[in-house]
Design a protein around this ligand. Structure first.
Ligand code: BGC
Length: 838
């Protein structure tokens, strides 16, 4: 044996290792370990430590277990590979890629000794403005379920516990710690739970994370119905149920209602509370034991007691990871418009290319918050396109717009701004009044001590418009601060912003010489002022070189959309593009008819001002670190676009079915504050959000009302064309039996490409009202020109079922069903009928 052989033989190599199956032997071992612990030691295991670990108990050889976020990369422990995760993964509609992504994340975790990956997130994209849609998957429970299973299997196959989150109904960021998502059981079962159910019952996920929000008035972490009845009861979940970070509110209630692990520290499920509770009988010893058994059972199954979690076979940086990151970006980019086949661009015809927009550089890889990954070598659209065209093509680049701080600082208020600071949270009492040049310019004082003395600040200013036209108002608040901006006494948005509505932007029309009064009512929840407010004449936002560069180029690419600053956790985003970007696109399009827009963002975005003025539009979602390379490949036809919309693309926020139901119902919203460092709600009135849109989420709404989305769920263009034919379904079937549906898909164009065949089921004879159609099968198919593939999709009992709210179970109404097949929710050329009998 040579030297290298010796070294290898002596090095204990911990290879990637899937967990051992659950067994009576492991159960017995876990119980035996628990019996060696004192009650105090057991309670120690119910709370996290150092933000991202479980506790160690050296006497039984248990080391602390390490965690990391998650949605786009293993991001907590330094730079990492940032993938096209979340909504971009959903846009791939590719189960194999979901598994590959899971495996890569698992390997990245092992390379960093991480035991728990805090993902995937699978909440439903109910509303385009919900700030974490980009981390989640789609608006459809079937698509989410289909992707989450291979993803989890991929992660866990590497010896890493996946954590499906946020259980449950975390479909908005607005006031996320306090808000109650109120919904009926049928909506819960048919829309909001299936991805969690699939994660547990098919993906065998070993950890689940509760959400911040309340569900029907009860916090997730102490919600008996969700945690005990459904998760641990019906679905038989035997793994670990952990809280989101600081989402526990009551130690005894959480202990008794299913929570196994309070993260990041035991503020409530601690010795002080639980020892007393066990003593007085309000928490049973067996309840504590069960939580510890769960942690130890997974520890044993994964071999965490016997092997190091660091796997030298995996590396923190690898070329293989980069290839997976590129693959995801290529598969997810979705082509929404391509008038006159302007794309793919013909290299030979391009001498000068203008690359314009704030998102062209640096690379926009993901959204903001706990998923925000510091990517290795992120490729921006600018550098990606430049590399693709080579040195002979002249590049004209300009971001074209100022950043947020510049807008705040350059706001020219007329005269002094009055700053009145009240000794209360509601602008009562005698204020201390000073003046300033600005309203506030976003001093982000995050770290100071929380100031418990009540305070509210009213800024009053006037603004005189020098010219007629559109003015942009830009506002940012942070943390749990709230702000309400009024122009001439009229609030811009109601209710006021509460935790995370930052930044917001509005455009208003003013005439030359018009003076408006601007009032900003700001309630800080912390010592410092974390507010910015500015106003600008929209045309003055656009840099002068934009028009010149656009007009001199053979083709202009506008790289616009959201970033980690404008879309992220703890904040809802606007439906409209960030400040000035609409006008930027209009300006470029007016100067160059060959304008292509590429967007980043977690869902639908307002395109009304410019869509009919530009020939081509790509949605890049958040494409990860290889996004720039992928965008260039799509633009030049080295990649035929194959992404399909995982959400319905609305024209306006108002036409989204949740728009009038998004904010808490008035009157139930009197106290928005749970103080930042004081999570216990005191004098707390729950703000209730009624999910009265029920089942009518996304395409279920559009197809049931007969109206048309701007771009329907499932839609995405290709550089080739496809046709569907030869639908074959049985005329009859017995309820509960498997029904095979088959058809042909042909590539009728001249280049190779991929299409996603989608199967929707309609139940016109149902006794209850059902959505007009629901996705129940899909398959991504790669075809060379002229090639035909025969596809068979199997429908199971659930494909025909709805949740019977009276019997509290899934039910099939015998009778006529219609099967629709095509490549979008509104494009289903094949229809067939079958009769289902009892
Ligand atoms: C997020 C979770 C995340 C956790 C740990 C929370 O703020 O909601 O999704 O896993 O932080 O970083």
């Amino acid at each position: 044996m040579g030297l290298l052989g010796c070294i290898l033989a002596l090095t204990p190599v911990a290879s990637a290792q899937a967990p051992a199956p659950d067994s009576a032997a492991i159960d017995a071992k876990a119980h035996a370990l628990v019996s060696k612990l004192t009650l105090e030691q057991k309670i120690e295991l119910l709370g996290g430590v150092d933000s991202m670990y479980t506790n160690a108990i050296p006497s039984i050889g248990l080391t602390r277990l390490k965690m990391s976020d998650a949605s786009v990369g293993v991001r907590t422990w330094g730079p990492t590979t940032a993938y096209a995760g979340g909504v971009a993964l959903a846009a791939t509609w590719d189960r194999d890629f979901a598994r590959k992504l899971g495996e890569s994340l698992g390997k990245d975790a092992r390379a960093r000794s991480v035991n728990f990956l805090l993902g995937p997130g699978v909440n439903i994209a109910r509303s385009p403005i919900a700030g974490r849609n980009f981390e989640y998957l789609s608006e459809d429970p079937f698509l989410n379920s289909a992707l989450v299973v291979p993803y989890i299997e991929g992660v866990q196959s590497q010896g890493v516990i996946a954590t499906v989150k946020h259980y449950a109904v975390n479909s908005q960021e607005y006031n996320r710690h306090n808000v109650s998502a109120d919904l009926d059981e049928r909506t819960l079962r048919e829309i909001y739970l299936p991805a969690f159910e699939a994660a547990v019952t098919q993906g065998h996920v070993d950890a689940v994370m509760n959400s911040y929000n309340l569900i029907n008035g009860v916090h997730a972490t102490q919600n008996e119905f969700l945690n005990l009845k459904i998760l641990k009861g019906e679905w038989g979940f035997k793994g670990i149920l952990m809280s989101d970070w600081d989402a526990t509110y009551d130690g005894v209630a959480a202990a008794n209602n299913g929570l196994d692990l309070e993260m990041p520290s035991p503020k409530f499920m601690n010795a002080a509370t639980l020892l007393a509770a066990v003593k007085n009988g309000s928490v049973k010893k067996a309840t504590i034991d069960d939580k510890v058994v769960r942690l130890l059972r997974e520890t044993l199954r994964y071999g965490f007691l016997d092997r190091p979690q660091f796997d030298p076979a995996d590396s923190t940086y690898s070329i293989a990871d980069r290839a997976v990151a590129l693959d995801g970006a290529l598969k997810s980019i979705t082509l929404l418009k391509n008038e006159g086949s302007i794309l793919p661009l013909k290299r030979a015809k391009i001498k000068t290319i203008a690359i314009l927009g704030p998102n062209a550089w640096p690379a926009v890889t993901g959204g903001g918050g706990s998923s925000d990954a510091q990517a290795f070598e992120p490729v921006s659209a600018l550098t990606g396109i430049a590399s693709a065209v080579g040195p002979d093509v002249h590049i004209l680049y300009a971001p074209g717009l100022p950043d947020m701080m510049t807008v705040f600082r350059n706001s020219r208020w007329t005269g002094a701004v009055t700053v009145a600071t009240y000794p209360s949270k509601d602008f009562t009492g005698t204020p201390e009044t000073t003046t300033d040049r600005r309203i506030a310019d976003w001093k982000r004082e995050w770290r100071g001590p929380a100031d418990k003395s009540p305070r509210s600040i009213r800024y009053t200013a006037t603004y005189k418009a020098e010219k007629q036209g559109r003015y942009v108002i830009l506002e940012a608040v942070s943390g749990r601060d709230t702000a309400q901006v009024s122009i001439d006494g009229k609030p811009l948005v109601s209710p006021p912003h509460a935790e995370g509505q930052t930044p917001q932007f509005w455009t208003i029309e003013l005439t030359a010489g018009q003076t408006v009064n601007v009032v900003c009512d700001y309630v800080p929840s912390f010592a410092g002022v974390r507010l910015g407010l500015g106003i600008a004449y929209e045309p003055e936002l656009i840099a002068p070189e934009v028009k010149e560069f656009a007009s001199r180029a053979d083709v202009a690419i506008v790289v616009a959309g959201f970033t980690s600053q404008t879309e992220g956790e703890g904040a809802d985003r606007t439906f409209g593009l960030p400040w000035g970007q609409d006008l930027l696109i209009e300006t470029v399009a007016a100067a160059n008819p060959h304008t292509v827009v590429t967007l980043t963002g977690g869902g639908a975005i307002d395109t009304r001002r410019w869509l009919d003025k530009v020939p081509a539009l790509l949605h890049a979602w958040y494409p990860g670190q290889e996004g720039g390379t992928a965008i260039a490949k799509v633009l030049f036809g080295d990649q035929n676009p194959e992404g399909k919309l995982p959400i319905s693309f609305d024209r306006s926020w108002e036409e989204n079915p949740s728009a009038n139901l998004y904010y808490p119902i008035p009157g139930a919203d009197t106290s928005l504050h749970v103080e930042e460092n004081d999570r216990k709600p005191v004098d707390y009135v729950i703000p209730h959000v009624k999910y009265d849109d029920g089942l009518m989420v996304g395409y279920r709404y559009w197809t049931s009302t007969g109206k048309h989305a701007l771009f329907p769920f499932g839609f995405g263009l290709s550089y080739t064309t496809f046709s569907f034919s030869k639908l074959d379904i049985p005329a009859t079937a017995k309820a509960g039996s498997t029904v095979a549906v088959s058809f042909d898909v042909t590539n009728t164009g001249s280049v190779a490409g991929a299409d996603v065949a989608q199967l929707y089921v309609s139940d016109p004879s149902a006794k209850v009202k059902r959505p007009e159609r629901e996705l129940k099968g899909f398959e991504k198919i790669y075809l060379t020109p002229g090639e035909t593939k025969h596809v068979t999709l199997n429908l199971d009992a659930r494909s025909f079922s709805y949740w019977d709210s009276t019997a509290h179970k899934w039910a099939i109404d015998p009778g006529k069903f219609v099967v629709l097949v095509g490549d979008s929710s509104e494009g289903t050329p094949l229809h067939g009928e079958l009769t289902v009998s009892q």
